[in-house]
Ligand binder design. Structure first.
Ligand code: 5AD
Ligand code: SF4
Length: 454
């Protein structure tokens, strides 16, 4: 979501006359868009500010200057504290107010230190102007689209309900209009974003309320959109309609990121996850029934306060039973202001590290087995960019793996059938199966139209 937010901020900056540069030494303005989810992410901000301060001094030495801003969830959570700890910072603003960037910048340029961490009442997305044609084109073939923000679940370890605020769903018509603009600029794949994306309940164009399933059916009809994904989901919000959408919508990719965090019912209760392992197993079974080729990805936290060896064994058992194609796993990190931060029976760092290594070894094996299972299989790949070696193009499998193929660059932006020849550690290698003789430069190429093989 920070990537999407940064793109929207750069749209605004573009209209104010700013251009992107590749080196802070050339920048009049640097905004750090920050993450507060774990301590490590939050701490990085301060070392980064230190580096920017030096870049600013080099610029001042030659008569130029630089404004330094901190945006995102660290800004939201720490506010004034950032300026106290790092007086070099000129602007601090949270993720709910970046539509007010032009005003913040004008004030900072006039010498004010701007700190804005209120949650404004207006709809940020409605207040933002549509991105320029050039900026939309820069998104490429696959784009993010935020449809929902914030969270009302209050898992005891998590800062999101405090930093991103209460759940908010954008109206469906606004989302569909943004999807059309992206598709018109060449986007073929949309990833719908939200901290709790499947809790989406936006206003429909008919005045009624739309759930995520209803929205997906609508977006699948947008001309040019060939693939749909959504992330991140909560198990409690996987309703029957959404599971049915996985069966009915062929554009909806057979890949779902469904965080479970732990396999221990005792830990899930302490985490206030509002689901147990039984519910997770049941969902996985129903999803696989609806869409047999669906692959799952998840998030895990090890070493939550009070986690015993027996609890951790339950997590390992869940992973073995489900089988994941991909996963993210973390040591528990105490976050200020969250209920878990004051729980006792903290798990020693060394125990956390041991459990994380054990879990990651299992998840890595499952990921490699999943990739190896695709060798010899034929499926569609959406080509996104040129590869590192001349003559290569890189696309994505339905399960998000990079797929490297020797093929013409003109295939970027199109979906083509490939046969997997080899599974590498992070990507797949494949041969093109599609007949590409229709491409420009090949015989009969002039009738090439992307739509014809969506
Ligand atoms: N400590 C460790 N991991 C966390 N996550 C969220 N909060 C914490 C925390 N305090 C992880 C969860 C979540 C992912 C985005 O980050 O696994 O799903
Ligand atoms: Fe955080 Fe996700 Fe729990 Fe919401 S559902 S509190 S975003 S972990």
């Amino acid at each position: 979501m920070n990537v999407y937010d940064s793109q929207r901020m750069s749209d605004t900056l573009g209209r104010l006359g700013y251009m992107p540069v590749d080196d802070p030494d050339k920048a009049d303005l640097v905004l750090l868009n920050t993450c507060h989810i774990r301590e490590k992410a939050a701490e990085k901000v301060y070392s980064e500010i230190g580096r920017l301060k030096q870049a600013r001094e080099r610029r001042r030495a030659v008569g130029a200057d630089m404004l330094i801003g901190v945006a995102g969830c660290v800004a939201q959570a720490e506010g004034e504290e950032i300026v106290t700890r790092a007086p070099a910072v000129d602007l601090v603003f949270g993720p709910q107010s970046y539509h007010r960037l032009p005003d913040f910048l004008a004030r900072a340029q006039a010498g004010e230190t701007v700190v804005e961490t209120d949650f404004p009442v207006e709809d940020k997305f409605a207040a933002l102007e549509a991105p320029s044609e050039r900026n939309v084109r820069a998104r490429g073939v696959s784009a993010f689209l935020t449809i929902q923000e914030g969270c009302d679940k209050f898992c005891t370890f998590c800062v999101v309900p405090y930093t991103r605020g209460a759940e908010f769903s954008r109206p469906a018509a606004e989302i569909v209009a943004e999807a059309r603009r992206l598709a018109d600029a060449g986007v073929r794949e949309l990833t719908l974003l939200g901290q709790n994306v499947n809790a989406y309940h936006g206003e429909g164009p008919d005045g009624g309320e739309w759930g995520l399933a209803r929205l997906l059916y609508e977006l699948a009809e947008v001309d040019g959109i060939a693939r749909l994904r959504y992330t991140t989901s909560h198990p409690r919000d996987m309703d029957d309609d959404l599971i049915a959408a996985h069966r009915d919508i062929s554009a909806l990719m057979p890949y779902l990121h469904l965080p479970v965090q732990s396999g221990s019912d005792r830990m899930l209760a302490m985490m206030n996850r509002r689901h147990d392992r039984g519910l997770y197993f049941d969902l996985v079974a129903r999803l696989r029934d609806a869409r047999p080729d669906i692959a799952l990805s998840s998030d895990f936290i090890v070493g939550f306060p009070g986690e015993t060896d027996a609890d951790f064994a339950e997590t390992m058992d869940l992973v073995r039973q489900v089988g994941f194609a991909q996963a993210f796993s973390f040591k528990y990190s105490a976050r200020p202001g969250t209920p878990a931060a004051t729980m006792d029976r903290r798990v020693p760092e060394a125990v956390q590290a041991g459990r994380l290594a054990e879990l990651q070894a299992l998840l890595r094996t499952q990921q490699a087995d999943f990739a190896a299972g695709l060798e010899g299989r034929t499926f569609d790949v959406l080509f996104e960019k040129v590869g590192r070696q001349p003559g290569q193009v890189v696309g994505r499998s339905p399960w998000l793996q990079p797929v490297i193929v020797d093929a013409p660059e003109a295939l970027i932006g199109s979906l083509e059938s490939v046969r997997i020849t080899k599974a590498g550690s992070n990507s797949l290698f494949a041969d093109l199966v599609s007949d590409v003789s229709r491409l420009p430069g090949h015989d009969g190429g002039s009738s090439y139209r992307a739509e014809s093989f969506a």
